[in-house]
Design a protein around this ligand. Sequence first.
Ligand SMILES: C[S@@+](CC[C@H](N)C(=O)[O-])C[C@H]1O[C@@H](n2cnc3c(N)ncnc32)[C@H](O)[C@@H]1O
Length: 485
Amino acid sequence: MGSKKRKRGEKPTGHPRNKYFDNPPDFTELASKYSTFAPYVFYSGDGRPRIDWTDFNATRELTRVLLHHDHGLNWWIPDGQLCPTVPNRSNYIHWIEDLLSSDIIPKVQADGNTAKGFDIGTGANCIYPLLGASLLGWKFVGSDVTDVALEWAEKNVKSNPHISELIEIRRVNMDNPASSSEELNDEPGKYGQCTDEAVVIGPSPPAHLQMHSRIGKGYDGPPILVGVVKDGETFDFCMCNPPFFETIEEAGLNPKTSCGGTVQEMVCPGGESAFITRIIEDSVQLRQSFRWYTSMVGRKTNLKVLISKLWEVGATIVKTTEFVQGQTCRWGLSWSFLPASKKIVPSHVAEKNNLSFMLEGLQRHQSAFDVLQSVESYFYSIGASSKLDSASFKVDVTLSAEQCNSILKTQTQNGNEQDILISANCPSDQLNDMRLRVSVFQQIPGTLLVKGLLLQKEILVPGVFSVIFQQLQEVLKSKFSKGIR
Ligand SMILES: C[S@@+](CC[C@H](N)C(=O)[O-])C[C@H]1O[C@@H](n2cnc3c(N)ncnc32)[C@H](O)[C@@H]1O
């Protein structure tokens, strides 16, 4: 497998809204509440409760009790079917939640406030519709091709009457072989580049990123979206945990875990690159029927090639993220054909290298040091390096071009003609690394002055510092100045 292994000691990067982010499942508690789970729990030398991850029955029972205990869901799968790990699958759901709530691609669906998703290959476990519906009230169509997946997905939906109305399980018509009128060619990508957790839009990639496509084998399996999505249907998003492997041997068996998985679930000719390429081809035809197209990707090399494909076919935005699953990484890839928004920075602000704002409404127990720590953890959360100097009440931050780019995606404002437009699509190669200093000064009790200083002269795109500082302002105000506007 090509997935990157996370090194010991590296900070976990699960989604912060994931229930299990800093609160992993407590096996002792679960064993005390669920007698069926108790036999799988044992205690290792250090006294910590464990389960045998190589035992399919143990991993399935863990998933069953977690779905019941934490999500109020009834669930089961037959022996050997792919068994999902609930914390990992939740990360994908929360990432989509972020995509839907951001303004990068404005909401266009007319179905009230209920988001509607399409889960490509929902599996017997039907995990994404079950989690999306129970956590967020989303509607779903979950598609699949195998009888066992369709039968058990249906059973899992019916076992949960409180959400069953939200989920439709749809059989993919195998008589309708997939063929795309928009076959992608193997030309080098024309646009874009790959960064983790970044919006990557726009022309002129650096030469070294103009790679030749490694996607050779086409997909010739059953339809995926075209032919399955009905005429006139619209969705806020699609999602997919694709069959990652070209052969069952390649799927190999991770000796450290046993999550099951049949050939039909794990393997497709051409592997994930062929499967996702077909999703891209289908998206070219269906275009704005979906606000966001998304898929999991198991190999970083495939991710880069797929991003190139997306620029070739004219996606307006491409965004990626990294999902950490135990010690293994996978990636989330999303794209859209709807117009992406731009960031607008007034020209007089764009030129400035120092900016400030008042942070009001701090509670008695909140100090300047707490604010500095929040500054540090905000930049840390986006992967930037920052150094807090508590003696002089300042934090020095270094952001890479990619990290600047990932912040650019988040803010959208209205502006006028003199304003500088920074495309939310600004490619990372047009940005440079940035060093800045954030200092706080006590004004009156409950109010701090927060100053930002750009520590370098050469900035390729004016206004980026201002967007970053503005984003910090929003983060601090939402934490410390609740109710003050
Ligand atoms: C890796 S499994 C994912 C199952 C589940 N979504 C999960 O995350 O555990 C891939 C699923 O895709 C299904 N599949 C394969 N080709 C498909 C197609 N053309 N349309 C819909 N589902 C398909 C397989 O039957 C399998 O259930």
